[in-house]
Design a protein around this ligand. Structure first.
Ligand SMILES: Nc1ncnc2c1ncn2[C@@H]1O[C@H](COP(=O)(O)OP(=O)(O)OP(=O)(O)O)[C@@H](O)[C@H]1O
Length: 234
């Protein structure tokens, strides 16, 4: 396999005391550079575990994970810290903004710990928040806060954007607008974007659809006919 992102025979077992909880087994997939990929599956299927391993926030039990020809699964703690800091941008369901910093300061804060950050004000403008840069999170709607979180992730200029249920806390239309922004970012910047969701309808907008069930990948489809988010209803 030669994908930009690659999972090879990944297994993950959580151990709590005597208990062993199998979360992933025989997980194999690849994602090409610049693709908009949706990983879909029911609750408990293993989606977040995949994302946490790919994001360097969790380790695997066996198997191999690669990003851009580097074996992430072989990284030591120090390498994982650098990987999380420089290579991966994260967007979560609950935006996790610092409440006493403005939108601009939230983005600048992330940019400060990076090697080649993008300009925070420019990125905020690109996500449609030019007029709100000096507002605090509490003064912004949920959708606007998620845009700040996306800007914060993009300002790091990461190799990969990982989004875990990015619209989970948003209403229908605001959620669609955030997905449009993520898809547009992928198209315009060539950034590889991975979105995790339980919402099957979103697969229509993806270049690649990876379906997870009971801890393993049951299908991986390259979608040649992606649909614009405005045409998707659920
Ligand atoms: N830290 C942990 N310790 C023990 N078990 C865990 C841990 N994290 C996840 N699991 C278990 O691993 C399995 C997969 O969970 P995971 O969170 O990856 O699923 P998911 O598809 O993301 O579900 P959801 O959509 O509900 O978030 C589940 O059985 C879950 O209970």
């Amino acid at each position: 396999m030669s994908g930009f992102v690659r999972f090879e025979d990944v297994k993950k077992v959580y151990k709590t005391g005597e208990m062993e909880i199998p979360a992933l087994h025989d997980v194999n997939f690849e994602i090409e550079k610049g693709e908009f990929c949706v990983i879909v599956g029911a609750s408990g299927a293993g989606k977040t575990t995949i994302l946490n391993i790919l994001g360097g926030m969790d380790t695997l039990t066996s198997g191999k994970v690669y990003l851009d020809e580097e074996e992430v699964s072989a990284f030591n703690k120090k390498q994982l810290t650098a990987y999380r800091r420089y290579d991966v941008g994260f967007v979560f369901q609950f935006y996790n903004l610092v409440q006493n910093l403005t939108a601009l300061e939230n983005v600048e804060l992330a940019a400060q710990i990076c090697r080649e950050p993008l300009d925070a004000a420019v990125i905020l403008e690109q996500v449609g928040l030019k007029e709100r840069t000096n507002n605090f999170p509490a003064q912004l709607s949920g959708g606007e806060q998620q845009r700040v979180a996306i800007a914060r992730a993009l300002a790091k200029n990461p190799k990969l954007l990982l989004c875990d249920e990015p619209t989970g806390a948003l209403d229908y239309n605001t959620g669609k607008a955030v997905l449009r922004l993520l898809q547009g970012t992928c198209r315009e910047t060539g950034k590889t974007v991975i979105v995790i969701t339980h919402n099957q309808a979103l697969t229509a907008m993806a270049d690649r659809i990876i379906t997870v069930k009971s801890g393993t990948v049951v299908s991986m489809v390259k979608n040649e006919k992606t649909v614009d988010i405005s045409e998707i209803e659920w």
